[in-house]
Write a protein of this length. Structure first.
Lengths: 272, 570
């Protein structure tokens, strides 16, 4: 028992010191808690290291202890994972709904077209039968023309925006969010991890067409000071496949409005 | 009349069946799943069955590597315990072989039911793999596996080399299966592409080899090879623990104590390579498409990696705790000493490595110029330094270093689920953010590996100078073995989910979208529930298989072990 209290005391002391240091350095509370928990785990580890050997068990007793141990492990895993911050799938679902809207619609359209084609084929068979039957009689069967709705292709998410310029800009901003450009680029003081240049002044340095070219072909321009990232090809070359041309235009146009000269957006260098 | 009405009825039934069949075929043609799995939904149903299949497959592909190494060691050392270990694990493997086939078949059925259109097109992409290569190799593996088991008694003594050669051949086929099936698997994450050509156009012109040899294929295969060896070892350790607990005699206890020890050290050998091959896989994935990196480390999957850090930290602590308990049952261990350079390097390694990695980030080889001499110094220069420290003290210092490394590994940029939503008051303040950087994480992982290597060296030194009392290990060690099997299986489930989720809302990344309503990233809490359920189910099946395969043979076959208890270490 003395071993347990001694180790627990040491764990609490180390944890307290770490929390004190973290607090003085203005680390958020969750980090202070993390350091404290690690200290307590450390105390537990040292309790185990110096614990008296567990006596050998067998038969039903060992089975019971193994089952109890399993329940403990399962509980710790599920509870531990559930205690960590959880990503809200609703955020992503909303984005994916927008990204896949046109494809889903096309898929529904595909189904509808398939149904129409089958209905047409059946109808023609019925008509052929009718004609044969009538041909046996008067031979003047009238064939009524079947008119089916043409079924226009649904417009993409960008399609809805072709109205006003404000809508067009909204599509551009939406694409910024949907394609998660903020993961690498800082804009309006948000996002970015220095993987890509800050873009608040990109409108002063590139035309809308040039911005669109950069999105379409990331190798077309290189930001000054980002030689390593350019060489590695960090900016994905996939947006031309994931975005409709109108969506890309909208994103480029929206980015082109950012002309904040107080932000040091690096100079773009034309490469190809 | 009766005949006519009967005939008409038969015709109507036949027509109805045709209509029903046509309807169901039509439903598949347009890509609508006619099946909606209750409770789980289609995506989770596919995930659960696929993960179960992968766990069984990992064991039956990894265990033969483990087994043939053990058999060869037994032959070389003339120690019958290795041979018995190899044979017992082979028996369990043969039972689990059928479970692999069952879950594999079930996987295809569930996939076809849940995603008929995608599955059909995917099989068309790889019809040579799915229809020819994989079945042919699987049949070859089955024949070799049974031949390997049933020639054990025939090819012994002078013919043992022949049996080991058969085991090696079995392993070659297993490796081929792994490489072949990893083609379609990795293809879904990183389909081949080329500059200036649309993915669809490139794929239309791609050969089968182009599709298989995609960017993540080789690193994934490497990662799975050493992962499977480690996994096989941890599962064998758990089987040893169960048998130890059920052992009736001291002789049996001594054998299963030894088996647990041997299995864990083979598993550790595989585990030590895991961080390197895992890093290579992550590197190639990020090189393919950099958006994978923030998705994993900063966004939707960031807390999955936090959980991975927790579990791997616990895994390493448990491995070294087992090592500690193993040292404790060696008579004379308290007198073993080691150069003072070992604890010094242990203490300075983490901060030095963090500095070096920050300055010369991978793949800059300059980091090796600093780190190799530092890590090798206790082994190369130790004999020239007269000052020594007790082995037990060094192991305890190692535990402190491991705890600090775990803390570094677990420190995220912020305790929030997605980096884009991170408020400032949740972020690590500037000046401390290096703790959450990739160089810091890598340094922490490598420090854990280094501590484990030092402990292994210490253990070897201890057994050379002391006497191992087989069967006298602290009973707590058996729970450590069970814990290691559980943890390694859980981590495999977690990382399997991560690899699959990296496809985001695609079936095949950037090529085939998953248009279902389930194509989003589930929460860690939801995922961990299913990962735990899969783990429990898998381990329960393995436990039953082990009891079925090993209990009767234990009662029937009583081969002399040639290792009285206690024995002197060799």
């Amino acid at each position: 028992m003395g071993n347990i209290f001694k180790k627990l005391g040491a764990g609490l002391l180390v944890g307290g010191v770490l929390v004190g240091i973290a607090h003085s350095q203005e680390l958020p509370g969750t980090f202070q808690l993390l350091f404290f928990i690690v200290s307590l785990i450390g105390a537990m580890v040292f309790m185990l290291l110096d614990a008296r050997p567990l006596s050998t068990m067998s038969g039903e007793k060992s089975l019971f202890v193994v089952i109890a141990f399993w329940i403990l492990m399962v509980t710790v895993c599920v509870a531990g994972a559930s205690l960590l911050p959880q990503f809200n799938p609703a955020d992503e679902k909303e984005k994916i709904d927008k990204l896949l809207k046109s494809q889903r619609a096309a898929s529904q359209q595909g189904k509808a077209e398939e149904l129409i084609a089958r209905a047409k084929a059946l109808d023609e068979q019925v008509k052929a039968l009718e004609e044969r039957l009538k041909g046996l009689g008067s031979g003047q069967a009238t064939v009524a023309s079947l008119t089916l709705p043409a079924g226009d292709k649904p417009s993409s998410t960008a399609g809805a925006s072709s109205g006003g310029g404000g809508d067009f800009m909204k599509v551009g901003e939406e694409q910024w969010q949907l394609q998660e450009c903020y993961n690498c680029h800082k804009l309006r003081g948000e996002g970015g991890k220095k993987r890509g240049p800050e873009l608040d002044n990109v409108g002063s340095l590139l035309t809308v067409e040039e911005i669109q070219q950069k999105i379409y072909d990331p190798k077309s321009f290189m930001a000054e000071g980002y030689e390593k990232e350019y060489q590695k090809g960090i900016m994905p070359n996939k947006f031309k496949d994931l975005m409709e041309p109108k969506e890309m235009q909208a994103l480029a146009a929206w980015l082109g409005t950012f002309k904040n000269t107080s932000v040091n957006t690096p100079k773009p260098i034309k490469k190809s | 009349m009766k005949k006519l009405s009967g005939g008409l009825l038969a015709l109507v039934v036949l027509c109805s069946l045709c209509v029903a069949a046509a309807t169901s075929v039509y439903a598949q043609e347009v890509g609508v799943s006619s099946v909606e799995f209750p409770y789980t939904g289609n995506r989770t149903a596919v995930w659960v069955v696929a993960q179960l299949h992968i766990l069984f497959a990992a064991f039956i592909l990894g265990a033969p590597i483990f087994v043939v190494i053990s058999e060869w060691l037994g032959y070389r050392k003339q120690d019958p315990r290795y041979d018995r270990l190899a044979r017992e694990i082979t028996k369990v493997t043969v039972i689990l072989f059928s479970m692999t086939a069952v879950t594999g078949g079930l996987f295809i059925f569930v996939l076809l039911a849940a995603y008929p259109q995608f599955t059909t097109s995917f099989i068309n992409q790889f019809y040579m793999v799915f229809a020819v290569m994989y079945p042919a190799l699987f049949i070859a593996e089955t024949i070799l596996m049974y031949a390997y088991l049933y020639t054990w008694d025939v090819w012994k003594g002078e013919k043992k080399g022949r049996h080991i050669a058969l085991g090696v051949l079995l392993n070659l086929v297993c490796l081929l299966i792994l490489f072949v099936i990893n083609g379609p698997t990795s293809f879904m994450n990183t389909p081949p592409k080329a500059e200036g050509v649309s993915p669809q156009d490139f794929l239309a012109a791609a050969t089968l080899w182009d599709k298989i040899a995609n960017q993540s294929w080789f690193p994934l295969s490497l990662h799975r090879i050493d992962g499977n060896v480690a996994f096989g070892g941890f599962i064998a350790g758990m089987i040893a623990a169960y048998m130890y607990m059920g052992a009736k005699t001291q002789e049996e206890r001594a054998y299963y104590d030894w088996m647990g020890f041997a299995a864990i050290w083979i598993a550790v050998g595989g585990s030590l390579l895991q961080p390197f091959t895992g890093l290579l896989l992550a590197y190639e994935m990020c090189d393919y498409d950099f958006s994978f990196c923030p998705y994993m480390m900063a966004d939707q999957l960031s807390m999955f990696f936090e959980m991975q850090g927790v579990m791997i930290g616990l895994l390493f602590l448990a491995i070294n705790y087992y090592s500690w308990l193993s040292v404790k049952r060696i008579e004379g261990a308290e007198n073993v000493r080691i150069t003072i350079l070992a604890p010094i390097v242990l203490v300075v390694l983490l901060p030095v490595m963090m500095w070096v990695m920050n300055t010369y980030w991978i793949p800059d080889p300059m980091s090796l110029v600093f780190l190799l001499p530092l890590t090798l110094s206790p082994f190369l220069l130790g004999r020239f330094v007269p000052k020594t420290v007790s082995a037990r003290t060094v192991i305890k210092i190692g535990f402190i270093i491991m705890l600090i490394s775990d803390a570094v590994w677990l420190t995220p940029a912020g305790f929030v689920a997605t980096g884009s939503d991170m408020p400032d008051d949740m972020k690590l303040p500037e000046g401390w953010d290096y703790l959450s950087s990739m160089p810091a994480k890598l340094s922490a992982i490598l420090t854990l590996v280094f501590v484990t290597v030092v402990n292994f060296a210490l253990y070897n030194r201890t057994i050379k100078q002391g006497t191992i009392l087989w069967g006298k290990i602290d009973f707590a060690s058996q729970f450590v073995l069970i814990f290691l099997a559980f943890t390694s299986t859980w981590i495999m489930g977690l990382m399997g989910a991560v690899r699959s989720l990296l496809k985001k809302y695609f079936h095949t990344y950037s090529l085939v979208s998953d248009l279902s309503a389930e194509s989003f990233t589930p929460t860690l809490s939801y995922s961990s529930g299913w990962i735990t359920a899969i783990t429990v189910f898998f381990i329960a099946i393995v436990s039953v298989a082990a009891l079925v395969a090993l209990r009767p043979s234990v009662a029937r076959v009583r081969e002399p072990e040639g290792s009285p208890v206690p024995i002197a270490a060799k």
